[in-house]
Design a protein around this ligand. Structure first.
Ligand code: HEM
Length: 471
C-alpha cells in the first residue's frame, strides 16, 4: 500500500494510524470513513436545507424583500426585527413577499397558528427537482426538532394522540413539583458566581448561570444522573442551531454529529429507564399508556420527544434568562416596581417574553388551497408568522416599544406560538424564568452588566452569547 500520496487530513489521519497496525485494521478504518455517496448526500442536504434557502433569501433581501430582510438581516441585532416587522404590518395584515406570505399582525399570526388547513413543517416534497433531491438526501433516522416524528412537525390525528400523552406527563402539577428543585439549583448557582469571576473582575452570566439552570432542569425531566449532565449540556449547546435557518456547511455538520451522539446516548438511557424507572417525567412518559387505546409512545416517538425537550427547551430558556437580565438591569424602574411588589414577577417574565422573545418566527405551509386573513393562499405556499412582530402590534399593546413590567396584558404575547403546537413547556419556561431571574437579581442586587456583551449569531433563536457582569 502506497501511503505517500495520501495527504494527512482529519479524515485520513485515522486510516494512516490504523494502517500501521495491519491491513485488517486499515480496511476497518476505511470502511468507517464517510463514503463518497454519503458525502454527496450531505452536501445536497446542506444545499437544499440551508444553502439554497439562505442564498435565495439573501438575494431577496438585497432587493428589499421584507421576509428576506427579516430572516437574513436581523441576527445579532436587537432592534432590526421590530423595525422590519413594523414595515410588514404597515404593508398588509398578510404580506405577500417574494417566496412566501408573512405576517406580523397579532390577530393574523394567531389565525395562522390555529388554521386547520395550515401545517407545521415544510410542504409535502411531491413536485420539482429540488424537492426530490431534498427527499433523496434526507436522513429520516436522525433526531431533529424539525424531523418527524418530532411533535413540532407532526399533525392531524397522530399529533393529537401523541401530544395528549406527553401533555399528561408535562402537567401543571409536574411543573410545580419542579419549582422547589429549580429554586434550589438557582440559589446554588447564584451563590457560586463569585467563584467564576475572572482576572478582569467579571463573570459571564450566560456560561455560569443562564445555561446551567435550564440544563439541570431538563436533566431532572429526562432522569439524567448528575455525572452525565455535562454531556447533556454539550449536546444541548451543539444541537441548539438545529432550529435555525441558513446554517453553514460546517455548522450543519457539527449539529448532525451532536444529534447522532445524543441519539446513541439516548437509546442507552431509555433502556436504563425502562429497567430502572425513576421519579422523572421521562420514566413516566416511557410507561404512559393512552386511556382509550392502551397504547404508549413508540421508541421513535420517545426518542424524538426527548430530543425535542432538549432542542426546544434548552436554548430558548437560556435566551429568556439572558434577554430578561439585559432588560431588567437596563430598566431601574422595573427593578423598583418588582422590589415594591414581588407578586409582579410572573408578569415581568411575560413582559420579557413579549418585548424580546427567544423565538423570532415560525412557519406553516398550506395543505390545501385556503383563505387566510381574506387572502387566497395556494396549496404548498408557506406563511411565516413573525412572533416577535405580533408582540409589538399597537392594536393589542399600548406603547408596544416600551418595556413595562406592570403591563396588564403582557401575557397576550405569542412567544410560545399558538394553536395545536402551542409550546408544551410554556408553564415550565415561565417558572424557570421567574425563579431564575428573581433569584439572581435578589442574590446580587448590585449586579452591573458590562457593555461588551455579544449577541448569539442564530437567526431564529434570539438571545445573548455572553453577558459579562460585575457582581
Ligand atoms: C422561553 C422558553 C421557550 C420558548 C420561547 C418556547 C417556544 C416555543 C414555540 C414558539 C413553539 C412552537 C413552534 C411552532 O408553533 O412552530 C414551541 C413548541 C414546543 N416547545 Fe417550547 N419554548 C420554550 C421552552 C420550552 C421548554 C422548557 C420545553 C420542554 C421542556 C419546550 C417544549 C416544547 C415542545 C415539546 C414543543 C412542541 C409542541 C407541539 O408541536 O405540539 N419548550 N416552543
Amino acid at each position: 500500500m502506497h501511503l505517500s500520496p495520501l495527504r494527512t487530513t482529519p479524515t485520513t489521519a485515522p486510516v494512516l494510524s490504523w494502517a500501521t497496525r495491519g491491513p485488517r485494521a486499515a480496511r476497518a478504518a476505511l470502511a468507517a470513513l464517510p463514503s463518497p455517496r454519503a458525502e454527496l448526500r450531505r452536501t445536497v442536504r446542506w444545499a437544499t436545507q440551508h444553502g439554497l434557502a439562505a442564498a435565495v433569501l439573501r438575494r431577496a433581501a438585497a432587493d428589499g424583500d421584507l421576509q428576506g430582510l427579516m430572516v437574513t438581516r436581523t441576527a445579532g441585532s436587537l432592534e432590526a426585527p421590530y423595525e422590519i416587522a413594523r414595515d410588514i404590518r404597515e404593508s398588509a395584515s398578510l404580506h405577500r413577499s417574494r417566496y412566501a406570505w408573512t405576517t406580523a399582525d397579532h390577530a393574523v399570526v394567531r389565525e395562522v397558528l390555529a388554521h386547520p388547513d395550515l401545517r407545521s413543517g415544510f410542504p409535502e416534497p411531491e413536485r420539482g427537482p429540488v424537492a426530490r433531491l431534498a427527499a433523496w438526501a434526507g436522513e429520516p433516522d436522525r433526531l431533529g426538532p424539525l424531523t418527524p416524528p418530532s411533535l413540532l412537525v407532526t399533525d392531524g390525528a397522530d399529533h393529537t394522540r401523541y401530544r395528549r400523552l406527553v401533555t399528561r406527563v408535562f402537567s401543571a402539577r409536574a411543573v410545580e413539583a419542579l419549582r422547589a428543585r429549580t429554586q434550589e439549583v438557582a440559589a446554588q448557582l447564584a451563590a457560586d458566581l463569585p467563584r467564576h469571576v475572572d482576572a478582569r473582575g467579571e463573570v459571564d452570566l450566560v456560561e455560569a448561570y443562564c445555561a446551567p439552570l435550564p440544563v439541570t432542569v431538563i436533566c431532572e425531566i429526562l432522569g439524567v444522573p448528575a455525572e452525565e449532565r455535562e454531556r447533556v449540556l454539550a449536546f444541548g449547546q451543539a444541537a441548539a442551531p438545529s432550529l435555525d435557518l441558513g446554517l453553514s456547511w460546517a455548522q450543519m455538520r457539527r449539529v448532525e454529529v451532536a444529534l447522532d451522539d445524543f441519539r446513541t446516548w439516548l437509546v442507552g438511557h431509555l433502556e436504563h429507564l425502562r429497567e430502572h424507572p425513576g421519579d422523572d417525567l421521562m420514566s413516566r412518559l416511557v410507561a404512559a399508556r393512552d386511556e382509550e387505546t392502551g397504547e404508549g409512545l413508540s421508541q421513535d416517538e420517545l426518542l424524538a420527544t426527548a430530543g425535542l425537550v432538549l432542542a426546544a427547551g434548552f436554548e430558548t430558556t437560556v435566551n429568556l434568562l439572558s434577554n430578561g437580565l439585559v432588560l431588567l438591569t437596563g430598566h431601574p424602574a422595573a427593578r423598583a416596581a418588582l422590589a415594591a411588589d414581588p407578586d409582579l414577577w410572573g408578569n415581568a417574565v411575560d413582559e420579557v417574553l413579549r418585548f424580546d422573545p427567544p423565538v423570532l418566527l415560525t412557519g406553516r405551509a398550506a395543505a390545501t388551497a385556503t383563505e387566510v386573513a381574506g387572502q387566497q393562499v395556494r396549496a404548498g405556499e408557506m406563511i411565516s408568522a413573525v412572533l416577535a412582530g405580533a408582540n409589538r402590534d399597537p392594536a393589542v399593546f399600548t406603547d408596544p416599544d416600551t418595556f413595562d413590567v406592570t403591563r396588564a396584558n403582557a401575557r397576550d404575547h405569542v412567544s410560545f406560538s399558538g394553536g395545536r403546537h402551542y409550546c408544551l413547556g410554556a408553564a415550565l419556561a415561565r417558572m424557570e424564568g421567574e425563579v431564575g431571574l428573581r433569584t439572581l437579581l435578589e442574590t446580587h442586587p448590585d449586579l452591573v452588566l458590562s457593555s461588551d456583551r455579544r449577541r448569539r449569531p442564530t437567526r431564529i433563536l434570539r438571545g445573548w452569547a455572553t453577558l459579562p457582569a460585575r457582581l
